[in-house]
Design a protein around this ligand. Sequence first.
Ligand code: WQD
Length: 351
Amino acid sequence: MKKILVTGGCGYIGVHTIVDLIENGYAVISADNNSRSSDRILEGVEQITGKKVKNYKVDLCNYDDTFAIFQENPDVVGIIHFAAFKAVGESVEKPLLYFENNLNSLINILKCAEEFSVPHFVFSSSCTVYGNPDQVPVTETTPQKPAESPYGATKQMGELIVSEVAKKGLMKGILLRYFNPVGAHPSACIGEMPLGKPANLVPAITQTAIGKIPELSVFGSDYPTPDGSCIRDYIHVCDIAHAHTLALAYLDSEKNETHCDIFNLGIGTGYSVLELIHAFERVTGVSLNYRITDRRAGDVTAIYANNEKARHGLGWTPRYNLDDMLQSAWAWESKLKEDENLFDNRAVGLN
Ligand code: WQD
């Protein structure tokens, strides 16, 4: 069985990717210091797959501790690197924290990948690297604008670092640019665990609907869009997860066109904030208490993907539509409510 190291494996996208990898025959280990996650989410992986996944509770900014993971697992043949801080607003407040954490951890992982001759590396990137695009949908060759936040800048720099290392020819890389991952595994055994008040729209919607948040703020309705609210490309987290499994197969098959291929992972359609709210109310029958407030700094007006390259190159076809995404997000929120002690939310400081 091919062994894959998933960094940030206890995070939202990481844990869904671990499930998909296991279901597709891979052996998986995780490295996650749980500074912003709980390793109890791996119990959900075991419920779904029957497999226990070992998590190395390691700060990847510590080279020696990172190296020790590889010493214990010299048979790792691929790395999927999710581990990073990802709160846009926080990155504006604490830029050095983001540059130090996101770049040092990446550099350490890449150093170890070279030391242990790991041939394949998949990097978790983001549509945020495009900044505020002049035209939509964006393709992988759409010119990148200056990042709207230090978080976005760490993704732009991360892509460059991976690409330059892959250029040496010892390791092949893939950059996966996620648009807006939402929803949860259909089993409701795993899902998003935002720390504190959620910054992202869909967990903010579900927490408002369940009563954890009294009122949802819609950040601006005066944008140049049909209904005035921002437009994004929402994509089911399980579709994002499966793209990682396909990316490893793509590298195995030697189909890569360059040392470091790039793929947009979006559904290819844009929905506005207000459209999402109305879709949620329709799908769940729950009426949402929301208010239009001021714009949020750093928000781009509209962005959604041209996903043709991933469809043809990776053989990737998104399976879930917007209703599925919202239904699964609501099922997960409801599950969390049912079992307040699930993953000891309060115990580990999660919301
Ligand atoms: C979507 C829209 C908000 C919350 C960011 C990162 C991206 C990825 C996903 C990490 C925007 C509006 C939101 C709320 C609102 N992160 N909104 N009320 O900003 O598109 O993307 O998160 O990988 O890299 O850039 O996602 O969900 O925060 O916002 O009106 O309470 O919803 O203004 O228009 P975003 P989001």
